[in-house]
Ligand binder design. Structure first.
Ligand code: MN
Length: 259
């Protein structure tokens, strides 16, 4: 019996990234694609609880897939609780653009879907591909963005290893970032603090009123051992992530203040 994988993403069901992942994983698993119908990048783990969620079976390059009119998290919940897929692993991606550092973990829809799966008791892996031009993240997800065979080989190898071994007990998800040009091997990393120097650009609309655009250059440097550093070096970054955000080391400071 092949293992079962629920495959989702945040770039939308028509993204070349999810199709590349499907092709990479279908030889080793029964893969069901349940993914947002539209682009949902940067929605994090947001969830639709004030509106109905529609899910439609669609033909995706000749296979049956389910397009969900909602967030990546909604797609995972539909897959687990409406379609009752009972997957051995949830895979999210391949995202067009890296998801590195504290910053991205909290905002990424790719990672958000994986976190939701893990919180529902299914181990999950998120895959993101570094882009050399940040503009590529905002391009047409159907464009012939080249996800080479090397990326597919890595996606398959990582999932094969995760399926063949017991999921690390103290991790909830594994966040994998693939450099645009892989020159090294796997590196087990920790999250860097930031990926961007956040800034805001102020512009004027055609009526002369101001609007703002969140923008900022990428951090060039990061400490050795971090995900940002690994990908800059050309290594495939593998970061174990936990759902429990409790700051255990702050307990005693708070006890001083409150008790
Ligand atoms: Mn995305």
């Amino acid at each position: 019996m092949k293992p079962k994988i629920l495959l989702t993403n945040d770039d939308g069901i028509n993204s070349t990234g999810i199709w590349a992942a499907f092709q990479a994983l279908s030889p080793i698993a029964d893969v069901t694609v349940v993914a947002p119908a539209t682009q949902q990048s940067a929605v994090g783990r947001s969830i639709s609880i004030f509106e109905p969620i529609r899910a439609h079976e669609v033909d995706l390059h000749g296979i049956k897939a389910v397009a969900v009119g909602g967030k990546p998290t909604d797609a995972v919940i539909i897959g687990l609780y409406a379609l009752r897929l009972e997957p051995d692993l949830v895979v999210s991606g391949v995202n067009i653009g890296e998801n590195l550092s504290f910053e991205s973990i909290m905002t990424s829809g790719t990672v958000g879907a994986a976190l939701e799966a893990a919180n529902q008791g299914t181990p999950a892996v998120a895959f993101s591909l570094q882009v050399e031009d940040q503009g590529d993240k905002f391009g047409d997800p159907l464009s012939p963005f080249l996800i080479g065979e090397e990326v597919q080989r890595i996606v398959r190898d990582v999932c094969e290893r995760m399926l063949a071994n017991t999921f690390p007990a103290r991790a909830h998800i594994i966040n994998v970032n693939i450099p645009s040009r892989v020159t090294g091997g796997y590196e087990i990393t920790r999250l860097a603090e930031k990926l961007f120097s956040t800034g805001v650009e102020k512009r004027l609309d055609p009526r002369g009123r101001p609007y703002y655009w969140i923008d900022g250059p990428l951090y060039e440097d990061a400490e050795e051992g971090t995900d940002v550093h690994a990908v800059r070096k050309g290594n495939v970054s593998i970061t174990p992530i936990t759902l429990d955000c409790t700051a255990f080391h702050a307990r005693s400071d708070l006890e001083e203040i409150f008790l």
